[in-house]
Design a protein around this ligand. Structure first.
Ligand code: ADP
Ligand code: MG
Length: 249
């Protein structure tokens, strides 16, 4: 029996993962729309990172289903999930410090079959165009020739987002992208997130409620692997259960 098709980009249903009997994610269901920015909040240990690990295939579900554009992800391998259009940024940036911004973006461009002669030239042009579009979007067009290890913390985070964007994922997942950023870098990151959801959906894990209110279409509050509340940032902020287990601390 297969579930009926859905217009949601992502449909998570009954998702459970058990680590030695401990359910880090427990019968979780949620749905993400096209062009939506969904923010996941919740206390430490709530299961937020584990949800992203499950979606990107790094952790295998014990039960339940994760459908991305109606394709079941729980049966796919990590690299197949990437190829299907799901990009994931981890908490620590994985950029190449000894390469320039340009080179970091260039090596992240999806590799096709090898091409020769005139075709290779055409591909080079395509890569150049795409690298410069992305560099613009991530506020790094003036720094294309700079070694990545010389960038500020915030610029490194943007570069890594750019390295994912150049692969054009339909769903992008970011785990605490503004941690350690300055106020102005946070503001720019909010702007960046709004730009990139013009043609994709984004799931962001975040703690800073001011930043959450600025970017979220919808907020999901996780607690002990389950949904405690879901709604607009305004709605969840005044939810008594959310204040008790999360915001009150
Ligand atoms: P959050 O990101 O919300 O802080 P996590 O998803 O990292 O929380 O962790 C949720 C719970 O699951 C924690 O209690 C954590 O210790 C546990 N956990 C996460 N990954 C594993 C694992 N691979 N093995 C055992 N326990 C894990
Ligand atoms: Mg986490």
């Amino acid at each position: 029996m297969s579930a009926s098709n859905t217009d949601f980009v992502l449909a998570v249903e009954g998702l459970t993962v058990s680590f030695d009997g401990f359910k880090a994610v427990n019968d979780l269901s949620f749905y993400v729309d096209k062009n939506e920015i969904r923010v996941i909040v919740g206390p430490n240990g709530a299961g937020k990172t584990t949800v992203l690990d499950l979606i990107c295939g790094r952790t295998k579900a014990t039960e339940g289903s994760i459908r991305f554009r109606n394709r079941e992800l729980t049966k796919m391998k990590e690299h197949q999930i990437v190829r299907a259009g799901v990009g994931r940024k981890f908490q620590t940036p994985s950029i190449y410090g000894d390469l320039t911004v340009f080179e970091n973006l260039e090596i992240s461009f999806p590799r096709g079959r090898s091409v020769f002669g005139a075709l290779a030239f055409k591909r080079d042009e395509e890569v150049m165009t795409r690298v410069s579009e992305i560099a613009d979007m991530i506020f790094l067009s003036e720094l294309l020739g700079t070694r990545a290890d010389l960038l500020s913390h915030g610029q490194k985070q943007w570069l890594e987002i750019g390295m994912l964007l150049i692969q054009d994922p339909e769903l992008l997942m970011l785990d605490e992208p503004v941690a350690g950023m300055s106020v102005s870098e946070r503001r720019q990151t909010a702007e960046l997130l709004r730009r990139i959801t013009k043609d994709r959906s984004v799931i962001v894990i975040e703690h800073d409620m001011q930043f959450v209110a600025e970017i979220a279409d919808k907020v999901t509050v996780l607690h002990q692997g389950k949904i405690l509340a879901e709604g607009s940032a305004e709605e969840v902020k005044k939810n008594p259960k959310v204040i008790e287990v999360y915001l009150g601390h």
